[in-house]
Design a protein. Structure first.
Length: 146
């Protein structure tokens, strides 16, 4: 049975491993457990973010991050880092994660949510459209190198 819950600190190594599936093969995955734990501690103190994980038998099989952003008119939710382990796709895990983010957005009074997805992730695009997202906007991303 799949359960959805907030990420716990002890689950971080599993999530880092799963995140590797998000990165295209030609890009080096460069992060450390220490860096992720520091970010996690900051996120835990901020009630505007929700890092949801899907677990089956205690093992993380998916994750999605929602961050509620404030603006003068209406708050909105930014969705990032949506990932379902490749052997679990098509089983409803992604839908459960996104429903948990929808509930979080509603609790925060968000007017809408948006996400960007890399152009090569066409299967993910079909999934987003099935759950109600539209491609009626053009998204741009600027990457800062560290």
């Amino acid at each position: 049975m799949i359960t959805i819950e907030a990420l716990k600190q002890e689950d971080m190594p599993q999530l880092i491993e799963l995140y590797k599936e998000l990165i295209p093969p030609h890009i080096e995955f460069n992060t450390s457990l220490e860096r992720c734990l520091k970010t996690y501690e900051t996120m835990e103190r901020d009630d505007r973010s929700f890092l949801a994980v899907a677990k089956e038998n205690g093992e993380i099989v998916g994750s999605a991050l929602g961050v509620c952003c404030q603006c003068l008119v209406n708050p909105f939710l930014v969705v990032e880092d949506v990932i379902v382990r490749s052997d679990q796709r098509g089983k409803g895990v992604g839908r459960m994660l996104m429903e948990a983010l929808d509930k979080f957005a509603e609790e925060k009074g968000c007017a809408y949510s948006f996400l960007v997805s890399s152009d090569f992730r066409t299967e993910a695009h079909s999934f987003y459209e099935r759950i109600g997202y539209t491609d009626g906007v053009v998204g741009f991303r600027k990457i800062y190198q560290k």
